[in-house]
Ligand binder design. Sequence first.
Ligand code: TMP
Length: 203
Amino acid sequence: MTRGRFISFEGIDGAGKSTQHAWLVDYLRAQGKTVVASREPGGTPLGEKLRALLLAEPMHLETEALLMFAARREHVAQVIEPALARGDWVVCDRFVDASFAYQAGGRGLAWEKLQALADWTLAGLQPDLTLIFDAPVAVAQERLRAATANPDRFEQEQAAFFERVRNAYLRIADENPARVRLIDARQTPAVINKVLENIVATF
Ligand code: TMP
């Protein structure tokens, strides 16, 4: 049995990645692939409960990081690894890069602490392909304002926070050229659909 393929979607809030995530899942299914669509934090019943806490409750930055990794550990064990072992495609709205971008970049937690958690809990698991949706913070914030009536704990952060998150994502893209593709999220949805089509055809 051939192991499945694992794709993650990343980017600052408001970059439009979730719309494209839904589009790619439909596209791959139309190509005849068996696709497990999921998201982080979340993806399991326990993970969704942790998500509700993470998006609403004020907490220490290390508690936040630990809960993100707790939700992820459960997700990997219950959903991602079994799906990849079956040969399915896993298309996930965010994965471990989000912890480096938000908890290290955004909140200022030491990169090495997150790396230690990743080494401990993921045993080297990484997506085969990561799509980072990049847009200027002002553009993403305007989209977020237009689309979100009740912003969550992350969406309420200031522009400077999202600048740091964006810079961390750009660093991740720079340091992982074989895995990560940076997508200009200012393009129209139809143009981005084509870009994704071309990327998945060749990866
Ligand atoms: P979402 O809105 O893309 O579903 O993600 C929920 C929020 O959680 C988003 O603002 C980013 C944040 N997040 C982290 O801070 N660290 C993580 O590891 C993950 C997966 C998400």
